[in-house]
Write a protein that binds this ligand. Structure first.
Ligand code: HMG
Ligand code: MG
Length: 306
């Protein structure tokens, strides 16, 4: 086993975790959630989106959220932007870490951002360039890399070609999304091999697994074995995309922190602090959180404050 000694977790709970929740979460509660996550040792926290408020009402307070957020030194606060309008507002709010997003399949991209993949790439290129010119760092999401809720299986070479365009546009990192949680470990290797063939270096790749079929941790292990060191996760395992029917939450941050701690892989994050943070937001939402590592911790408190 040759796993990396150290990994980076990108916390997407405040954005991916909350975007599909129907119970409105007040801005102050979101800020407490974000601040607690940043205090747990997470160095990358995706906090909101500058998208159409009628499409994602839960995140309609992005402007107010950034105005009130107290930033912790050393933490990168990311926001999703879909187009020039979103970037403009994000920059006005002082956003320095921007995530653009498109997909490897037409059906999902149309449902998500109302355009074809080619149209969205054409729209995003100047957005990435303008963000960089304004001093921001840009990450590029490619959704439905492992399968599409509308079109079915996706050719890994197609996904890799979309990644290549985003990389050439100036994205520092690509996050490959299993939007509907259909991947199993062999697919992870196939997708990474397709990226190798397209000249996309593995150190530029983060993996973003939704846990719809319970495969997300296994897929992270496949990623670790393939030398990937960045993984997206959501506190408590919250999450889902309103435009991906049937998809459930992201892999839980707690489940990955447990995996890394038990495997001697350093991630710099306190399990207990993340578990406390997601517990508070779960109470706010009035629902049980999917993370199994968290549920075990809550039942026994056996890990104390590790
Ligand atoms: P559109 O309707 O095609 O945009 O939306 P448009 O340019 O035709 O404009 C229509 C109206 O929207 C106009 O208003 C614009 O001003 C307004 P009007 O002039 O008619 O009053 N508008 C905006 N308002 C606020 N902010 C903006 C904005 N842009 C236009 N940025 C758009 C296109 C992409 C904006 C829309 O479809 C949208 O907001 N979609 C939401 C997409 C989304 O947030 N999806 C979830 C995140 S992606 C995800 O979860 C996957 C990921 O986790 C990875 C994975 O799991 O795979 C990242
Ligand atoms: Mg997602």
């Amino acid at each position: 086993m040759s796993w990396p000694a150290r990994v980076r977790l990108v916390e997407v709970g405040p954005r991916d975790g909350l975007q599909n929740e129907s119970v409105p979460v007040p801005t102050e509660r979101k800020i407490e959630f974000i601040e607690a996550l940043a205090a747990s040792g997470l160095r990358d926290v995706e906090v909101t989106s500058f998208v159409r408020p009628d499409r994602v009402p839960q995140l309609a307070d992005a402007r107010e959220l950034f105005a009130a957020l107290r930033r912790r030194e050393g933490v990168r606060y990311w926001a999703l932007v879909p187009n020039a309008r979103g970037l403009e507002t994000a920059l006005e709010c002082g956003v320095t870490h921007v995530a653009v997003f498109t997909a490897a399949s037409e059906g999902f991209n149309r449902a998500n951002v109302n355009s074809s993949v080619e149209e969205s790439l054409a729209r995003l290129k100047p957005v990435v360039a303008d963000a960089i010119a304004a001093g921001a760092t840009v990450r590029g999401y490619v959704s439905t890399v492992f399968g599409c809720p509308y079109d079915g299986p996706v050719d890994p070479a197609r996904a890799a070609s979309v990644s290549r365009v985003l990389l050439d546009a100036g994205c520092e990192e690509l996050s490959l999304g299993d939007t509907i949680g259909v991947a199993a470990p062999p697919a992870v290797e196939r997708v990474l091999a397709a990226h190798d063939a397209m000249g996309v270096p593995r150190e530029k790749i983060a993996l973003h697994f939704h846990d719809t079929r319970g495969m997300a941790v296994a897929n992270v292990v496949a990623g670790l074995e393939a030398g990937i060191t960045s993984f997206d996760a959501s506190a408590g395992g919250l999450g889902g995309c309103p435009f991906a029917p049937g998809a459930t939450g992201n892999v839980a941050t707690e489940d990955l922190v447990w995996l890394f701690d038990e495997s001697g892989v350093e991630c710099g994050v306190s399990f207990a602090q993340v578990a406390e943070a997601s517990g508070a937001i779960g109470e706010q939402l009035g629902r049980k959180l999917p993370s199994r590592a968290r549920a075990a911790w809550a039942a026994t408190r056996m890990r104390g404050t590790s």
